[in-house]
Design a protein around this ligand. Structure first.
Ligand SMILES: [Zn+2]
Length: 253
């Protein structure tokens, strides 16, 4: 029964995340007006606004003007549902579920906005740092000091990297958005996970970079946003971080 609730809750939040993804980069209100078709402007009827299901019932088209609806909508909703269910399976009905679901939701919005616009909105990452710090007071798995160390290490390390890069190459390699995102990740997951997230995201980013170079030719002028890789590293750290760190420590014994 509770699993069904976590799936429905995930769908509703996923639907809201799509609104955030569409409106935050334009600095529009995420509350008013209600959902409407971006082409014809017709308000979405409530029975056409059921997460995931409506997309398939409408065959991916607006009921009024037949404009095609981006596959992004059901994808974001599906991933959010999956995140909600997996976190519920792990944490049960607890503060941990809500805190980490909010964290993962923020990462989903940041990832999609960064892919489209190459920006990471401060309106998510900065309050996220505060929420992560406060949540550490409620969560059993992380102390406030660990959370604070995560913010300082996450923000500090990338800040040094970004400054050095700018100084050496006279252009911006890593945006300030990445710095604030890693500080937020540190606030939620602690300082060890920050190190793991940097290692994992560099690894995934390198593999993706090489793949894109091979697919699109050698001219490597595509600025790949780094936010999605940081988000992926953070999710893996959240899911398996303890196991990976223990495995590594055992290797070195
Ligand atoms: Zn329309």
């Amino acid at each position: 029964m509770w699993y069904v609730v976590s799936v429905i809750f995930g769908g509703l939040i996923g639907s809201f995340l799509n609104v955030c993804i569409a409106r935050l980069p334009k600095e529009e209100s995420i509350v008013f007006p209600g959902s409407h078709c971006p082409r014809c402007g017709h308000p979405i009827r409530s029975y056409d606004n059921v997460p995931i299901i409506s997309y398939f019932l409408l065959k991916g088209k607006c009921r009024d003007c037949q404009a095609s609806i981006s596959i992004q909508y059901p994808l974001v909703e599906g991933i959010t549902v999956l995140g909600s269910l997996l976190l519920f399976l792990r944490f049960g009905p607890s503060v941990g579920y809500f805190v980490y679901f909010a964290f993962v939701s923020a990462l989903i919005v940041i990832t999609v906005i960064d892919l489209y616009h190459q920006i990471i909105p401060d309106v998510i990452s900065l309050p996220g740092i505060g929420v992560g710090l406060l949540a550490s007071l409620l969560l059993p798995g992380i102390t406030f000091w660990n959370s604070l160390a995560g913010v300082l290490l996450g923000g500090g390390s990338l800040f040094v990297v970004a400054t050095l890069y700018q100084w050496l190459f006279k252009r911006e390699g890593m945006g300030g958005g990445d710095v604030k995102l890693l500080a937020m990740i540190g606030a939620f997951l602690g300082w060890k996970a920050v190190i793991l997230t940097i290692l994992l995201s560099s690894l995934i980013g390198s593999i993706a970079g090489i793949a894109i170079m091979l697919l699109k030719g050698k001219d490597f002028k595509y600025a790949i946003p780094f936010g999605p890789f940081l988000a992926a590293g953070a999710v893996i750290s959240l899911a398996y971080g303890g196991n990976i760190i223990n495995w590594y420590l055992n290797l070195n014994r």
